[in-house]
Design a protein around this ligand. Structure first.
Ligand code: HEC
Ligand code: HEC
Length: 247
């Protein structure tokens, strides 16, 4: 079977369901181990045709976890990625590929995304990042029920310096736009920085910064912080973010 075999989106989709099921199984298993080295994962992952159009890659791969509009799916712990700027997507895919994200023993969702990042041929990545950037961002909503008043002060005094007053992020600092990410995902990432499951690699300058920031934050503050980000998302909708309007 040649590469042509794998060009069919339907086939790609069903093969991915298989990969998916095995990864999902690993995620639920109590004895989760660091991810299998790429070479020993099912060989089918390695054969995405480098000429596959971004729409096909997105539809048959990314959409399985992140949703057809990139809106995210909490069942898979996959955040909304719609509207994230391409520079941030490229940065994070690079980190997953280098093992700067997704190799900590307790980071099963990170390991899943790392497996995907490693499966992507270089040639398809910029096109997919551009496609995701153009999707309509989903504002952060307070689903965890935190009190925004408890996060307001720290956000304004500390986080805003890098993520801007409106949480839209800042390319210059490589800091993520926060207000189009789900609150459960924000909270989990803050916990990962705190516990060292993210930002652990010496080369990961940006992750190291977030780790240092979170060392000084009590875990009880996290819900308030993400609740305040949800509030900012209403006041300064992510659709009007600077990185989208180009201003
Ligand atoms: C098997 C499920 C799965 C598939 C398929 C998948 N992802 Fe993910 N992705 C995840 C999970 C889970 C996370 C969260 C990882 C974490 O918690 O650190 C994630 C995180 C990300 C992030 C980081 C977001 C951020 O704000 O830091 C980006 C970017 C991303 N995915 C892009 C993609 C793209 C583009 C594709 C398609 C090429 C894709 N993903 C396919 C599961 C998946
Ligand atoms: C010194 C600059 C700096 C400060 C201060 C800072 N951040 Fe960050 N933050 C970053 C950078 C850079 C990244 C991207 C990290 C990476 O590439 O993994 C980031 C990433 C994040 C992420 C992960 C986003 C994603 O898409 O996965 C969250 C959540 C976050 N920051 C929230 C906060 C909060 C809340 C505060 C205040 C308590 C804060 N940050 C303070 C620079 C900063």
């Amino acid at each position: 079977m040649g590469t042509r075999f794998f060009r069919s989106p339907v086939l790609l989709g069903s093969l991915w369901l298989l990969v998916f099921a095995s990864l999902g199984g690993a995620m639920l298993s109590v004895s989760w181990k660091p991810p299998t080295p790429w070479s020993s994962l099912p060989p089918v992952i390695g054969v995405i045709d480098p000429n596959t159009p971004p729409e096909t890659v997105f539809r048959s791969l990314c959409a399985n976890c992140h949703g057809t509009k990139g809106e995210g799916n909490p069942a898979f712990k996959a955040p909304s990625i719609a509207g994230l700027p391409d520079w941030f997507i490229l940065l994070q895919i690079g980190k997953f590929r280098s093992g700067w994200r997704g190799v900590a023993g307790d980071d099963a969702p990170g390991a899943q995304m790392r497996a995907i990042a490693l499966a992507l041929p270089d040639a398809v990545i910029p096109g997919v990042a551009g496609l995701v950037q153009a999707l309509e961002p989903v504002p952060t909503v307070n689903t965890l029920g935190g009190d925004p008043e408890l996060g307001k002060e720290r956000f304004s005094e500390q986080c805003a310096a890098c993520h801007r007053y409106n949480a839209h992020g800042e390319k210059f600092f490589q800091s993520a736009p926060l207000s189009s990410l789900p609150d459960w995902y924000l909270a989990e990432q803050l916990q990962k920085f705190r516990s060292g499951s993210r930002g652990y690699h010496g080369g990961d300058v940006e992750g190291n910064k977030m780790r240092t920031v979170m060392e000084g934050v009590d875990p009880k503050e996290i819900e308030g912080l993400v609740a305040f980000i949800a509030e900012l998302s209403r006041t300064y909708p992510p659709a009007a973010a600077r990185w989208r309007t180009g201003q």
